[in-house]
Write a protein that binds this ligand. Structure first.
Ligand code: GAL
Length: 654
């Protein structure tokens, strides 16, 4: 599938007509037409309406809604409605509620109050999906199935009795004998040796640090359990609707779910994104997630399934989007591969926990700046529709790995690291220079890239290290950051030393870690570096690393690692293998990234870095987006200087 579906960009949002009387539905469809809405996501939280009591179904209202939408030419992204079970179900089966690591049973007074491991939940959810699939599987307006909603959003893990049973089954499949599990988990440490699978529980709150392998296996198991629920629903709707694509909405770089695995199961990737309108770093984080979504789908178009037209209502203070900012973020997503721009939600709710969350049609009604901006964007996307399916070329790859994220967050590490923050530090330097980045899993493929950056790939198996080693060997540039290649997939320290087979390619030998911990009450120490790259500074991390067969580009100036190598480069014919043994601060990362891009001969669409404006090529269009509240001028290659007003954006062709 090249484009997501149909011949227009998806433009629309979650539509929750069950919150409104029927006469409002007439106005909804009329105003959707005015706004240029092409797709509505229906039924996300409708379970208690669709099945008001055990065995009782009510589809009449949904028949009516879907009929109206189809008649108006609006595509239907039909939700399976399984994200919020009805009160009668929870009352009859209290054991299906999720349980936290501290044993707290979560109440059904909100949403997502189900354990992903509950057989009762699964049985009832699949019965609902079957009923929906049977009734609407061939509906003329159906353009996609929207399975569940934001899996694991509020319940990232469940530790109840059903979790224990399911965890044991998952472990039995992974380790055929208890002996194998004991070896993998290193249970001879602290007398944790198990004599049978039935002794194992989920890793609930424990006296001190838990078994690291058990913890990461529980993270993997949880991601797999949610995925299994997705698969079960997807199988039903796929059978009922051949050719209709199936998705579930992701949440950017989201810790609980290993989206590399998930992305293989959806027909197209979709994402929910709520950047804080007043956070100056938010455009970078948003760009990162857009690139991640495109990369998860291996370059195929994706859909921005949810964003806000203006304010959300779950931050301590909910700033509105400034005039133009909704358009700027939307065009950023299109530039980075989205074929759909959707919102939560169409009409702002009058009641419930999200009544202050903005919508396409706000409380103020159609005579509002928000609705006018929505209509203008709908018209603009219709004009741009020939860009659907167009590729976003990237020559830089950054490795993103959920196992490393999970492992780095555990208690027993040399230093705690915020993995996504570290990835974003590297990403930001490329973003500022308008070098588009693809994200790639640890084992590649890397063939398409001239430059591959590996931030803190803490957990790495031989396959990943071999794939990375091939990058400089074939003439590419490889940049490996600290804390890489320390553990194998069982979180055992790699027997042959840090970096495994990569050590030789990088020409280094790591002897000892030396994290730069602040003295009690003192600020985090700054590490100064000097060398052929000039004066650099860093923080957080240092190490005693030998430059065995490589050039030292920067050495530590301070502390216990004074004069030890901090940044090295080993030339391998046309290729280069860099090792960065510290956490460079942003200006120093910029300096290194500038050097790497120049060295790799990567042509950029602008002539200098910018903190505010991004320039991205997609197909034959160049998107220029100013994320700042001030006017900005940027020199776009082939188009000269462009001046954009606050949150201004333009699409240039040619
Ligand atoms: C998402 C969710 C929507 C809505 C939105 C705004 O997490 O899928 O249903 O809650 O956020 O808060």
């Amino acid at each position: 599938m090249n484009t997501v579906s149909g011949d227009r960009f998806w433009f629309g949002g979650d539509y929750n007509p069950e919150q409104w009387p029927r006469d409002v539905w007439d106005e909804d469809v009329r105003l959707m037409g005015r706004a240029g809405v092409t797709v509505a996501t229906v039924g996300v939280f409708s379970w208690s309406r669709l099945q008001p009591a055990p065995g009782a179904w009510d589809f009449t209202w949904l028949d009516d809604v879907l009929g109206r939408l189809a008649e108006a030419g609006i595509g239907i992204d039909l939700a399976t409605a399984t994200a919020s079970p009805p009160p009668w179900l929870v009352a009859a089966h209290p054991g299906m509620a999720p349980v936290t690591a501290d044993g707290v049973v979560l109440a059904n007074t909100s949403r997502q109050h189900y354990s992903p491991h509950s057989p009762v939940y699964r049985e009832h959810a699949l019965a609902l999906v079957r009923a929906l699939a049977e009734r609407y599987g061939r509906h003329p307006g159906l353009v996609a199935w929207h399975v569940n909603n934001e899996y694991a959003c509020h319940v990232p893990r469940c530790y109840g009795p059903d979790a224990d049973v399911a965890f044991r089954a998952w472990l039995r499949a992974r380790y055929s004998t208890i002996g194998e599990l004991n070896a993998a988990w290193g249970t001879d440490f602290w007398s944790q040796r198990y004599s049978g699978f039935e002794e194992i529980t989920s890793p609930r709150t424990s006296p001190t640090a838990g078994n690291p392998t058990q913890l990461i296996d529980f993270d993997r198991f949880t991601s797999d359990a949610f995925l299994d629920l997705f698969r079960a629903e997807a199988e039903i709707v796929r059978e009922a609707s051949p050719g209709i694509p199936v998705t579930t909405n992701f949440m950017g770089a989201f810790r609980p779910l290993d989206y590399w695995k998930w992305a293989r199961e959806v027909d197209f990737v979709s994402d929910d994104s709520y950047p804080d309108p007043v956070d100056p770093q938010a455009p970078v984080a948003a760009a990162l997630t857009r690139d991640l979504m495109r990369s998860l789908g291996r370059g195929k178009p994706w859909v921005l399934m949810e964003q806000a037209t203006s304010a959300v209502n779950w931050r301590p203070a909910n700033a509105p989007k400034a005039p133009g900012q909704n358009r700027a973020y939307s065009l950023q997503a299109v530039a980075r591969g989205a074929d759909g721009i959707m919102y939560f939600q169409w009409r702002q709710s009058a009641a419930g926990a999200e009544k202050f969350h903005s919508a396409m049609l706000p409380h103020a009604g159609p005579d509002s700046r928000v609705f006018r901006e929505v209509c203008a964007l709908g018209a603009e996307l219709a004009e741009l529709s020939r860009l659907r399916g167009a590729a976003v070329p990237a020559r830089v790859a950054i490795v993103f790995d959920w196992d490393s994220w999970w492992a780095l967050e555990q208690e027993s590490t040399p230093t705690r690291l915020d993995y996504p923050a570290l990835v974003q530090e590297w990403y930001r330097a490329f973003w500022a220079r308008d070098a588009v980045v693809d994200f790639v899993p640890a084992d590649g493929p890397f063939d398409a890239y001239d430059l591959v950056v590996v931030p803190a790939l803490h957990v790495a198996d031989d396959a990943a290290l071999t794939a990375l080693a091939a990058v400089p060997e074939r003439g590419g540039r490889l940049v490996v950051g600290f804390m890489t290649g320390i553990l194998d997939r069982n979180l055992r320290v790699r027997a042959e030393g840090c970096l495994g087979s990569l050590a030789g390619v990088l020409g280094v030998r790591i002897e000892e870690f030396a994290p730069a911990a602040p003295a009690p009450g003192a600020a985090a120490p700054v590490l100064r570096l000097t060398g052929t790259l000039g004066e650099l500074s860093a923080s957080t991390w240092a190490e005693f690393t030998h430059a065995v067969d490589t050039e030292v580009c920067a050495s530590f100036e301070d502390g216990v690692v004074r004069s030890w190598p901090a940044v090295t480069r080993r030339r391998t014919g046309a290729g280069e293998a860099w090792y960065v043994a510290t956490r460079l601060d942003p200006p120093s990362t910029d300096r290194l990234v500038g050097e790497l891009l120049d060295g790799a001969g990567i042509e950029l669409p602008t002539t200098g870095p910018s903190e505010h404006v991004e320039v991205v090529r997609r197909g034959d269009a160049v998107f220029v987006v100013n994320h700042s509240p001030q006017e900005q001028t940027v020199a776009v290659r082939g188009h000269g200087p462009r001046t954009l007003g606050p949150h201004g954006a333009e699409v240039l062709f040619g």
